[in-house]
Ligand binder design. Structure first.
Ligand code: ADP
Ligand code: MG
Length: 861
């Protein structure tokens, strides 16, 4: 208990897995928590004068299962092992915390998802408006450093989805409250681990450099250095055995990636469906045809980090195009990659001295698959493929070394024997010969003992508990010689040994022991020697990952009929026969109706109308997804596309249910809209879907109107605004670069047929009642609704111009009505306006007044 208290005092915020024989035990508060979180039986143990101590335990064999559950719950675990052989220990076996397992620092295979990185990130304030951020995936050694504007921190975190944040308490206080549904674990650490000097030293020591310049840091990078150093400090804390496999950090400086905010990532369903559940397709799931886990992880990164530098986009396109064209090369590459496995994580495990014999054997096989790739790529003209070819070091020396050392099919663990190949080590071979000779001798004993005793059924056998024995059935017990010593009695037989057998058995056991310790030593040496090759392995892994990603994009382009978009640095966007990459996969190919969308200087803002279910949201998102795919370097689902480089893509969906965050939906909608109006530039693509829906109709129309005006007049961004407010179809009359478009439906009798076709001009009405009928509303309700509608339309038309709210619109494709001119500066009108008391007016009076003005404006007094 003293040992336990000691450990616990050093790890007060962790659940201590305290190794006792074949179990991990929890004591005191840990036992209670373990019982609660893991459903363990809580017992107690009498601890003398200290009274009863609560106790719970789990079998050591099941460690991974329990760790997985705790880590998913966001808990921190300290694994405390016996670090002495109990047989040799004097007094109580020494124990030490050998590893901390936290949500952001897991290394156990069972806890890792192949297609996703696990990020732990350290954040540190950089002045008032910036944050230095360092993110590390400990399982692969990959790290990414960047300076983030404070305003963008939330978006960056939403994209990265770190499992854990390392911050000071003061910094944590500036972060928004953790969301109810999990979010990253916050690890609070003292200010000093973020100190620039210590951080600098930590980095220099880890990478064995004298100056950080060699790693790409610059004089002014203090915040990055502080974040990176603190992260290293923390990670070292969790891995007392050492971290030997960290790649050199990648520092993201200039803005080369598009900043995608959280709502856009969500609304475009890039990596997560809006409604979670089985079968929920996302852009990632549609374009992910990668063959390796590291490729899958990189593709996820590409989807979430579209580029804004045209050169990079073009370079990627070129590579994808080449593989798209050359089907044989694409297939050869993909075939080879399919058998490569998770090179990057094996490299990570090699660096932390965890790689098992089986994994290293798998590494050798993976390298053998990679070996011919550079040759295959040698004819490829795309500079990016040329670069990948050069970066693909197949590490033949490492592979040969592994092949020479490891048995064809080695066991998962070193202790099980049979790890190393014959001929690798003379001493090992000699010991194995000794052992095998002894085993052979014992086997030959059967024939000799049968002859000596005359017992024809005598058998030599072996089991793990009793070792070697001579077995004689009870029927022959009379013939058993004097030198047989009884060892074990069975129902119908007796087992014996003889001094001779015992001698040989010891020989075998002896050899076996020495073989095991020798194998363990040799394997350890091999693994340590190879740890130095981890950086090369990481470079190759990244090249493999990127090759996998471009091959995957080429494959999708082939399979789904995508084309290479013309990406340019100008303004206009022109998509011919574009399709929604995800929705199209959910129906038969010919059922999806492609559409053209054009946005340019003359038509910057498109007001998209059409009844419910017409396909507005689909077209809107389709434009966003096509734009995003293009900026990943991918081909796009269209017949033809000319696309600019957008600095940002914004997608907002009105009235989307966001109650989890405890704000009213309308508030959320407006917060988001405001973020667009502040964040968008003329180079942005803004996609608004039913903004303003979360409030009353007049409020909604007014806000939608003003937002569109602002985007048109001030921001100048390419904008598509899908709305069921037909009032907005009047905007193009007033704004020179605004246009109406609508998704057409055809009326057939009482029904509407959705054509899913986009047309110039505004929708003429909303067809709400027909849609309601299609949805199965009882027929008498539908009929009654028609009556009411007719009534309402009648009322409003009676007052002059229709209010339009319920449908009776002039089609916007018709010519606008006579110009209405009211000169507000005209003194008479001004006086009249001043005299009006709106509060006291009845609607009819107001309408009459308005009617009068209209007459006057039309020049009819
Ligand atoms: P709206 O936003 O106008 O209410 P949606 O975009 O949500 O309509 O589309 C409704 C449904 O119509 C979608 O779920 C999809 O199944 C189908 N749909 C939309 N666009 C198309 C299209 N171009 N081709 C075929 N089906 C489509
Ligand atoms: Mg919609």
């Amino acid at each position: 208990m003293q040992q336990w208290r000691d450990v616990k005092s050093r790890h007060p915020d962790a659940l201590v897995f305290f190794r006792v024989g074949d179990f991990y035990e929890f004591f005191n508060q840990d036992a209670e928590e373990g019982a609660r979180l893991l459903g363990l039986t809580l017992t107690s143990r009498n601890n003398g004068s200290a009274g009863d101590v609560p106790l719970a335990g789990v079998p050591a064999k099941a460690l991974d299962d329990y760790l997985a559950r705790l880590v998913r719950l966001g808990r921190r675990v300290a694994i405390c092992e016996q670090v002495e052989d109990p047989a040799e220990a004097k007094g109580i076996v020494r124990r030490e915390v050998v590893e901390m397992v936290t949500p952001g620092t897991v290394l156990h295979d069972a806890l890792l998802e192949p297609a996703r990185n696990v990020w732990v990130a350290a954040l540190v304030a950089d002045g008032a408006h910036g944050v230095g951020a360092a993110a590390l995936d400990l399982s692969t050694g990959q790290w990414e450093l960047s300076l983030v504007a404070r305003d963008h921190l939330r978006s960056e975190l939403a994209r990265l989805q770190p499992a854990e944040l390392v911050v000071t308490e003061a910094f944590a206080a500036t972060l928004p409250d953790p969301e109810a549904d999990g979010g990253p674990l916050r690890t609070l650490r003292p200010e000093w681990i973020f100190h620039p000097d210590g951080a600098r030293e930590e980095l220099e020591r880890t990478f064995g450099v004298h100056s950080l310049e060699g790693l790409g840091f610059q004089e002014a990078d203090t915040a990055l250095i502080r974040a990176a150093g603190a992260l290293l400090h923390y990670v070292r804390e969790t891995q007392p055995a050492g971290i030997g496999h960290l790649a050199v950090p990648r520092i993201h400086r200039s803005r080369t990636v598009m900043l995608l905010d959280e709502m856009t990532v969500r609304n475009l369903e890039l990596v997560e469906p809006l409604r979670p559940g089985p079968g929920g397709a996302t852009l990632l799931s549609v374009v992910d045809r990668t063959c390796t886990p590291m490729g899958a992880r990189m593709l996820r990164w590409w989807v979430l980090h579209p580029r804004v530098d045209a050169a990079e986009i073009w370079a990627r396109q070129e590579a994808v195009a080449h593989l798209h064209e050359d089907t044989r090369l694409r297939e050869t590459v993909r075939d080879a990659l399919a058998k490569v496995g998770d090179l990057e994580r094996i490299a990570g495990r090699l660096g932390t001295e965890r790689a098992s014999p089986r994994e290293l054997r798998a590494l050798a096989r993976a390298l053998a698959r990679i070996e011919p790739l550079p040759d295959h790529l040698s004819g490829a003209s795309a500079p990016r493929l040329e670069g990948l070819r050069a970066a693909l070091d197949p590490l033949s020396d490492v592979r040969e070394r592994l092949e020479r050392a490891l048995a064809e099919d080695p066991p998962a663990q070193v202790g099980d024997g049979g790890v190393l190949r014959e001929g690798y080590d003379d001493e090992l071979d000699e010991l194995r010969r000794t052992r095998d000779g002894a085993v052979d001798f014992i086997a030959s004993l059967q024939a000799r003992e049968r002859a000596r005793t005359g017992i024809g059924s005598l058998k030599v056998g072996y089991n793990r508990v009793f070792g070697y024995y001579l077995e004689v059935t009870h029927a022959h017990s009379a013939k058993v010689p004097d030198d047989y010593v009884r060892k074990q009695t069975l129902a119908n037989a007796e087992r014996y040994f003889t001094p001779e057998l015992k001698q040989w058995e010891e020989k075998v056991a002896n050899a076996e022991d020495r073989i095991q310790s020798l194998e363990a030593r040799l394997f350890g040496e091999l693994r340590r020697a190879l740890a130095g090759e981890v950086p090369r392995l990481q470079r190759t892994s990244r090249a493999v990952a990127e090759l996998d990603v471009v091959a995957s994009l080429a494959e999708v382009a082939r399979a789904c009929g995508y084309v290479r978009p013309e990406v340019h640095t100008g303004f206009d966007l022109d998509i011919r026969a574009g399709r929604h990459p995800v929705v199209e996969t959910m129906m038969a190919r010919e059922d999806f109706i492609p559409n053209d969308v054009r946005l340019d200087d003359e038509r910057r803002v498109v007001i998209l109308t059409g009844p419910n279910m017409a396909g507005k949201s689909t077209v809107l998102r389709q434009v966003g997804l096509i734009q995003l795919l293009a900026q990943m370097g991918s081909f796009v689902p269209a017949d033809q596309a000319r696309l600019p480089v957008a600095d940002r893509i914004f997608t907002r969906v009105g009235a989307s249910d966001n109650l989890v965050r405890g704000q009213s939906t309308f508030m959320v909608e407006m917060t988001e809209t405001s973020a667009i109006l502040h964040g968008a530039s003329a180079a942005s693509l803004v996609l608004l879907d039913e903004i303003g829906r979360g409030t009353s109709t007049y409020d909604g129309v007014s806000i939608a109107w003003a937002v569109s005006e602002h985007l048109h007049e001030r921001v100048g961004a390419k904008t598509i605004f899908a709305t069921h407010y037909h009032e907005l179809t009047q905007l193009p009359d007033l704004l020179p670069a605004a246009r109406n478009m609508n998704v057409v439906v055809r009326e057939v009798g009482e029904d509407v047929v959705f054509l899913r076709r986009l047309e110039e001009g505004g929708a003429d009405r909303s067809y709400g009642i027909q849609v309601a009928r299609l949805a199965g509303l009882p027929l008498d309700v539908v009929a009654r609704a028609r009556e009411i509608l007719a009534d309402l339309e009648g009322t409003h038309t009676a007052g002059g111009e229709g209010l339009g709210r319920h449908g009776a619109h002039r089609p916007a494709s018709q010519a606008p009505p006579d110009q209405l001119v009211l000169d507000l500066a005209e003194p008479a009108l001004l006086a009249e306006l001043r005299s009006i008391d709106v509060e006291r007016m009845t609607p009819l009076e107001a309408l009459n007044l308005l009617g009068g003005w209209v007459e006057r404006a039309r020049g009819r007094p």
